[in-house]
Design a protein around this ligand. Structure first.
Ligand code: MG
Length: 373
């Protein structure tokens, strides 16, 4: 292709991206055709649309693992998302992948989370047993294609096929058929890199576990040893921070090295070549095992910690009571949702309305609509 026929965005990508990246001019476009923007590529526009959505802003009021009552130090769903985007962009840049697409996917990946994290998701899924179930990954797609109202011409954000398909791949990784784009696989890897590190950080800071207890885990032991090689007299707090820093750096470096070597050996000519091959973006087997060991520990000792189990149960009871109340008294929905309730049915409307709430708003509404709560 002659350089003069390329847009500024295309020229920039030709300079910076590896052949196996998803280039903006290879996008399959949007459901509703739109004129290209003069200086923002399609994936940049997707990122901006997600960033300016109300679902994205509400992530600041949704818990990741720990609730607002447990302090204001730990991660929220929003800061988690920002950490995922940053880690993913760092790796993506080193590997020559499309950073704009990566950022759009990362900012979108959790916008469908209901209040109270996975506890909330499980409760809503139970409530929705007769109306399609509930998954936060699926709900992110509903938000992006139907629920956000920003444009006169269409409902939803009219995101590119690549961002929507990337999110679809998250719903059922096994069943989605074709292997996802490298950028999609990378955001998934950055998600686990991020939560493995920040859940460790938050759990120690909140006193649910100690760093000494976690030293039984290979990945943490290696990180502590690495930090001790460089610093001999760190206080407890700086030690925790240095170890968490090392946990992230080790995983990021492993992904860059492991995938960088593979990309060099396999010499994919384009994105299609990469996803048609048996290549899977990930760590080497040793680090993979270490991550699994750390995740098993976090599950048993942190996510199922007695103080979280109580919060989890209260949150689930609250959501179930609200669901029942909306189903018996749909007039409690704000006016603008009445129309959608006619289209999708009252139980589904209750699920969607509750899923959109922040933790705090959910508590307020629960107090207001559930008798004697
Ligand atoms: Mg996430």
């Amino acid at each position: 292709m002659a350089t003069e026929s390329l847009t500024w965005v295309d020229q920039r990508e030709q300079l910076l991206l590896a052949p196996y990246a998803m280039f903006s001019n290879q996008s399959r476009g949007r459901v509703h055709a739109e004129t290209e923007h003069p200086y923002r590529g399609p994936f940049q526009r997707d990122r901006d649309r997600i960033l300016h959505s109300s679902a994205y802003r509400r992530l600041s009021g949704k818990m990741q693992v720990f609730t607002g009552e447990m302090g204001d130090y730990h991660r929220t769903r929003l800061t988690h998302t920002q950490e995922v985007a940053t880690v993913a962009r760092t790796i993506g840049r080193a590997l020559g992948l499309n950073e704009d697409l990566i950022e759009a996917l990362a900012l979108m990946h959790d916008i469908g989370h209901p209040p109270y994290g996975h506890a909330g998701e499980d409760a809503l899924n139970e409530c929705a047993v007769d109306c399609g179930g509930f998954s936060h990954n699926q709900f992110a797609l509903t938000i992006a294609t139907e629920l956000e109202f920003r444009y006169n011409e269409f409902s939803g954000l009219n995101l590119t096929h690549e961002v929507l398909t990337g999110q679809t791949c998250r719903i059922d990784k096994e069943k989605s058929g074709q292997r996802p784009l490298l950028e999609v696989q990378l955001v998934d890897a950055a998600d686990s890199t991020t939560y493995d590190a920040h859940d460790t950080d938050d759990a120690i800071k909140l006193g649910l576990v100690t760093l000494e207890e976690m030293e039984s885990l290979e990945m943490v032991r290696e990180s502590i040893a690495h930090v001790r090689q460089h610093y001999t007299s760190l206080n407890e707090e700086l030690m925790r921070k240095a170890v968490v820093h090392r946990l992230i750096e080790r995983q990021v470096t492993s992904l860059i090295t492991n995938c960088g070597n593979e990309f060099q050996d396999r010499a994919f000519a384009n994105f299609q070549d990469a996803i048609d091959s048996d290549f899977v973006l990930g760590h080497n087997a040793e680090l993979d095992q270490q991550k699994k060991e750390l995740e098993r520990f976090l599950y048993a000792r942190v996510y199922r910690h007695p103080s979280l189990v109580t919060v989890r149960q209260q949150a689930q009871d609250r959501l179930k009571e609200m669901f029942a109340r909306y189903c018996e008294a749909p007039e409690l929905f704000p006016k603008k949702y009445q129309q959608r309730a006619e289209k999708i049915g009252i139980p589904r409307m209750a699920i969607e309305y509750i899923a959109g709430m922040t933790d705090r708003f959910c508590e307020d509404v629960h107090r207001a609509i559930v008798p004697s709560s």
